[in-house]
Write a protein that binds this ligand. Structure first.
Ligand code: GDP
Ligand code: MG
Length: 611
């Protein structure tokens, strides 16, 4: 026991997205014969179909390897900013981090952000430059080395240069991990404690907790206790990641593994919770003298979206699916909500728009759900005369009734705030002009510039989060041909000049078509929005007016022309008076319909306009 434990090394690979983490992990798996040759495939640790299709890592993935008498526990991590909660949880389970940098792209925004996270955890950093096969000439390699050495404040000689694809120098990386990453601090004699850093639902084994054992050891079939959720359970199975589950009998201090808890209620197992042994099966289930491990800071969702089942009978299934998905996507947030036309659904919170996209896709695929997904929004804050704050999750909650004709102005006497971010963009100076143009299109405010190298800049801007959740990233990428990268952090709430646009269809307010926009964009947004509705709304028997209203004033209008039923067509060459009579009759009929004012909006119109 003792000897094996001394040889453990726990480490992660971190980098900006696409710098080659999963590919490097492949080479490690091969070198250590962790995966049989015939099963091996590219980016093996990207185990979800969705990851393979999109070519990105979404989930952290642990894997245990054996190499020259050492046990190496690797955790592969995602690189995209929306998944940084996966990264920070992984970092808390290890002692070292390989910082991988693509030689051509050099340091990018997430390289810096993830490095910061690793430093905060006091991890040993192993800097590695990747993809040297792309550059037989060495000048660029030297340049990127310089950049990295400067950031880390180390000598260039301490940086390894590898090709994860070709396998060049990959062994040297493992040697360095063994040499530099400290072995886990051993506290075998202490009572068992393990940190849950991830989890997954299994229909047979219940919730499977991914754990880093901090103290002591645990055997299969033992009874355990989850401290924060005050839940008792009996272990169904425990073991290692190979990377699939490999059952074992014991997990000891320093190791990374899984514990199948048998717990069937997803909410009872939370990442960041501490698992202990249930020593005292006393009257009150109290675990004495054991302190909970420092958990994780709960991530704050910043982008909110309403999600409803297409079939309202599937509400229960959606609810259950969300709790199961949350086990594997700890940053997911959801809360029940009700909308008139759609019935029961959920208001869900995400760390960004890619996170939203991935989570929705997982719900559809893994739980076989047909979903209505509304357009994403941030959370606004309204502060009234008495400094009372109200959070606005949906435009329906915006203060002030704004029907045409109403005199009341929106939020009069109230202050409006919205979340702002500090946006960091790293770009090559060749693309600076184009990147600045994108920044101008969005409501960004210039704060400063830093030079990272002779040809590389870090631009800092402040802007409303609202701006960057809709299409900003894609625009930045195409403007820079993928050579710019971004990261952002939430600064907090700041004053904003926003207005709610309300939409009237045939003079009736349609709350779901309301929208919150900056005052100076209200007119253009209103016009765009009405055009969109006009495109999808089927013509009625009479013309239908579409109106956009702000502060009781109509600021834009469109008309959906009546469905022209040709009543005189059958009267081929007939006499004029008869024709006129018929036309008169039709006009009257239309008027009647109009008076009734009933227009039926098919539900797919809502879907087309809102999603
Ligand atoms: P990750 O997002 O950091 O996990 O990056 P991946 O491992 O998914 O790799 C991203 C892309 O870079 C893939 O197309 C890989 O084939 C490619 N790649 C990774 N390492 C190398 C390398 O050493 N040389 C070359 N030429 N391509 C590489
Ligand atoms: Mg990857």
């Amino acid at each position: 026991m003792e000897t094996i434990k001394k040889q453990i090394r726990n480490f992660v690979i971190i980098s900006h997205v696409d710098h080659g983490k999963s590919t490097l992990a492949d080479r490690f798996l091969e070198l250590t014969n962790a995966v049989p040759e015939e099963k091996m495939k590219e980016q093996f640790l990207d185990m979800m179909d969705l990851e393979r299709e999109k070519g990105i890592t979404i989930k952290l993935q642990p894997c245990r390897m054996e190499y020259k008498g050492f046990i190496l526990n690797l955790i592969d991590t995602p690189g995209h900013v929306d998944f940084s909660y996966e990264v920070s949880r992984s970092l808390a389970a290890v002692e070292g981090a390989i910082l991988l940098v693509d030689v051509i792209k050099g340091i990018q925004a997430q390289t810096l952000a993830n490095l910061e996270l690793a430093k905060k955890q006091d991890l040993v950093i192993i800097p590695v430059i990747n993809k040297i096969d792309l550059l037989p000439a060495t000048a660029k390699i030297e340049e990127t080395k310089k950049e990295l050495a400067k950031i880390l404040d180390i000598s260039e000689q301490d940086i390894l240069s590898i090709s994860a694809k070709k396998g060049t120098n990959v062994e040297k990386v493992l040697e360095k991990v063994i040499e530099k990453v400290p072995l886990p601090i051993e506290k075998k004699e202490k009572p068992f404690r393990a940190l849950i850093f991830d989890s997954k639902y299994d229909a047979y084994k219940g919730v499977i907790a991914y754990v880093r054992v901090v103290d002591g050891q645990i055997e299969t079939n033992k009874e355990i206790y989850l401290m924060a959720s005050e839940t008792e359970a009996k272990i169904k199975e425990l073991g290692y990641f190979k990377p699939e589950f490999l059952p074992k009998d014991v997990l000891s201090a320093g190791e990374i593994g899984y514990i199948a808890t048998g717990i069937k209620e997803p909410g009872k197992v939370r990442v960041g919770d501490t698992i202990t042994k249930l020593k005292v099966k006393s009257e009150k289930l109290k675990v004495v003298d054991i302190e909970a491990l420092p958990g994780y800071k709960e991530p704050k969702p910043v982008v909110f979206v309403s999600i409803y089942p297409e079939n309202s009978k599937k509400y229960g299934l959606l609810k259950e699916s969300l709790s199961k998905l949350k086990l594997n996507d700890a940053s997911l947030y959801f809360e029940p909500e009700h909308k008139e036309i759609f019935g029961q659904g959920f208001r869900c919170g995400f760390l960004g728009s890619l996170h939203l996209e991935i989570a929705v896709e997982r719900l559809r695929r893994e739980f076989d759900l047909e979903l209505i997904v509304f357009s994403p929004s941030v959370v606004y804050k309204i502060i009234d005369e008495n400094n009372k704050e109200t959070l606005i999750y949906s435009s329906a909650d915006w203060p002030g009734s704004l029907y045409a004709g109403s005199k009341s102005k929106q939020g009069e006497g109230k202050k409006i705030q919205e979340p702002y971010v500090k946006l960091e963009i790293i770009t090559l100076s060749d693309y600076l002009g184009k990147v600045m143009k994108v920044l101008d299109e969005f409501e960004t405010k210039y704060i400063g510039t830093e030079y990272l190298g002779p040809n590389k800049l870090l631009l800092i801007h402040y802007c409303p989060l609202r701006e960057i959740i809709t299409g900003f990233y894609d625009k930045l990428m195409s403007a820079s041909q993928g050579y710019a990268s971004m990261n952002y952090e939430i600064l907090g709430y700041q004053k904003s000049d926003l207005k709610k646009i309300e939409t009237l269809i045939a003079e009736k307010k349609e709350e779901v078509f309301s929208k919150i926009v900056p005052r100076n964009k209200a007119y253009s947004e209103a016009r765009k929005f009405l055009k969109k509705i006009k495109e999808v709304l089927p013509p009625q028997q009479f013309s239908v007016a579409l109106q956009a209203v702000v502060d009781g004033k109509i600021i834009a209008r469109e008309t959906v022309r009546a469905r022209g039923k040709d009543v005189i067509a059958p009267l081929y060459g007939g006499d004029y008076t008869r024709k006129r009579k018929l036309l008169e009759k039709q006009k009257k009929g239309k008027k009647k319909l109009k008076e009734r004012g009933k227009i039926k909006i098919p539900s797919d119109v809502y879907l087309k306009v809102l999603s």
